[in-house]
Design a protein around this ligand. Sequence first.
Ligand SMILES: Cc1cc2nc3c(=O)[nH]c(=O)nc-3n(C[C@H](O)[C@H](O)[C@H](O)COP(=O)(O)OP(=O)(O)OC[C@H]3O[C@@H](n4cnc5c(N)ncnc54)[C@H](O)[C@@H]3O)c2cc1C
Length: 429
Amino acid sequence: MNPYNLAFPVNPATHVSAGGVEDIVAAVQQARRQGRRVSVMATGHGLNAPIEDGVLITTERMREVTIDPAARTATLAAGVRWAQVIEAAAPYGLAPVNGSSARVGAVGYTLGGGSGPLSRAYGFAADHVRRVRLVDGTGQVREVDADSDPELFWAVRGGKGNFGVVTEMEIGLMPVATLYGGSVYYPGEAARDVLHAFGEWSADLPDRVATTSVAVLRLPPLPELPEVLRGQLVVQLRYAHLDGVEAGEKVLAGMRSVAGPLLDTVQELPYTSVDSIHQDPPEPMPFWDGGAGLAGFPAEAADALLDLVGPGQDVPIPLVEVRLQGGAMARPPVVPNAVTGRDAAYALSAVGLMAGDAARVVPALIAEIVAAVGPWRSASDLFNMIGPVGPERVAALWTEADRARLLAVKQRVDPAGMFGGAHTIGRTS
Ligand SMILES: Cc1cc2nc3c(=O)[nH]c(=O)nc-3n(C[C@H](O)[C@H](O)[C@H](O)COP(=O)(O)OP(=O)(O)OC[C@H]3O[C@@H](n4cnc5c(N)ncnc54)[C@H](O)[C@@H]3O)c2cc1C
C-alpha cells in the first residue's frame, strides 16, 4: 500500500489487500456488520482525505487485462493501471481512452469520467464502458450494463466510487497506433503572450487535435530534466494530433511562432509513448490539487491566473494547467451517463506541494487559484479534477434532478452509505 499522493495519512481499522472478487465481498460484508465505511484504493492518485478508520480495500494485486481485438474491447481487473492496457492493446493498433499519466488506475479514472489525450476525438473514458462487475453495499455481486440495470449503469459511469467496488470493467478501444504529439516549452517571461495566444488559437480547433493544454510549470533542479528546463519557470504547451505529421504541424504552426521555444519535442509517436506528452511526475509525492471547468479562456482569465502563479510570484505551485475540452466530450454519449463537466470548454487544474512550510499555505493557494477563474466557470466541473473539496462542491457537480437520480440509485445499492469517502454524493440514511 504505497499511494501516489503522500499528503494524507492512511491508517484504516482494517486493510484488505484483495486478490479477487471473493475477498472484496468478504470485506464489504464485514464492514457492513461492523457499521464501518469502505475506502477503495488502486494507486492512490486520487487520495484526497486521510483514511483514519473503516475498511480499506486495495486492489493493486488485481492486475488482469484481456484484449478482444475483433470486438475492440479490453476487460480490466480493478487494480490495472493504464500503462498495462496501452501495452496490451498496442500490438492490435488499438488504444484505450486513458489519461495524461499511464500510471493512474484505469477503473478509478474511468468511473470519475476521464478526460485524456484522446478525449477530444473520442469522448470521456466513461463513455466507452460496456459493462462493470460491482460488489454493492450489501455484498451482492452485480453484473451491470445498459440492459441489466440501466440506472446503476448510468450512475456508476461518472458517479465514481459511490455505488460499490468495481472488480472488473469492460471498455471499448480506439483505432489509434500513433500520434503527432509532444510539448513545446516556452520561457516563463513569455507566459502572458503564450497563454493569451493559446486562448485564441484553441477556441476553434478540429476534434482531431485530440488534446492540447498549457501548463505553467515550476520545475525542480533535477539532473534528469533537460538543462534548459532545470529549475525554471516555464510554460508547456501539450499537443496531440491524430492525422499525422503534416496535418499536425499545420495546426501547431500558429502556436509554435508565438514566442521562441526553449525546447520542442512534438513528433510522430507510437501510442505507447503517450505519457511523454504531459510528462506527469512518475514518483509519489505529497500534493493538494484543485480544479474547475471553464466556459472559455479569454486573456482576462489567463491574466487572473498569472497574477497568482506567473513570473515574479514565489509560490509552491509546481503546476497550473488549462486543458482544452470540447469536441467529442461535449457530445452526448451513445449510452447516457452521469459524467460531469461535459459542458466545460476548458479544464483548470492546479497542484501544490504539501512539503515543509508550504503545506500550511498550499490548500488556501489552490482555493485562491480556483476562485480567480470564478467569472469564467462552466456550469459543472470534472469530478476527477476537483481535489480535496467539501460535500457541497461534490453535490454541485450535478443538476438537482441528476443528483436526486444518483441518490435514488445509492439508496438502493448502498443503503448504509458506506462508499464514496470524502467524495460521497450524500448520505442516504
Ligand atoms: C498525475 C495525475 C494525472 C492525472 N491525470 C488525469 C487526466 O488526465 N484526466 C483525468 O480525468 N483525471 C486525471 N487524474 C485524476 C485521476 O483520474 C483520479 O485521481 C482517479 O481517481 C485516480 O484513480 P486511481 O484508481 O489511480 O486512484 P485511487 O486513489 O486509488 O482511487 C481514487 C478513487 O477512485 C475510486 N476507485 C478506484 N478504484 C475503484 C474501484 N475498483 N471501485 C470503485 N471505485 C474505485 C474510489 O472512489 C477511489 O477513492 C490524474 C491524477 C494524477 C495524480
